[in-house]
Design a protein around this ligand. Sequence first.
Ligand code: GRF
Length: 194
Amino acid sequence: MWGDRYAVLASGSGSNLQALIESKIPKPTIVIGDLECGALERARKVKIPAELVPFEGDRTAFTATILDLARSHGVGTLVLAGFMRILGPAASKSLPNRIVNIHPSLLPAFPGRDAVRQALAAGVKITGVTVHFVDEFVDHGPIIAQQAVPVFVDDSVESLHARIQKEEHQLYPRVVKALLEGRLVVKDRRVTWT
Ligand code: GRF
């Protein structure tokens, strides 16, 4: 129903983008970055259109530019992969349950920035990965999938994040595939895989 065209939004190294590119699911139609970053480079390397949309202080205008760009590429699904900007409410309003995000903790624990550092500081024994729909609040929309990851006593932010990212790279392509195939059904805050 939605087709398999999607945009990846990223600000960082783009390892999740790479996992999507190397998986068996369709390649992203376009990659959008708010700054020059590894993700845009990875896209260019495999000839996926890579667009830079700098954030210039106006979230409404920034969000509208991204939505217009996605629309002009025939894209109705946004996949946030290490995207460090918050989209305005127009995004989830115009694409309800068509925007997903990946977060390096078991939400609702440790939302926001530095989720890995927060988990270490709290001394939890288990943290993980959450993939969720994006709504108008930060790291808040209905949860699609979670994977637990153990925390070891000698972990650093780097070692724990690396363990989490290994799981992210497995999980995100599976979720995006199900989303593109229209197999994720949301009722209230509960997501069912059909
Ligand atoms: C991931 O850990 C993701 O959970 C978080 O930002 C990181 C992005 O990593 N939102 P990468 O750019 O995909 O390597």
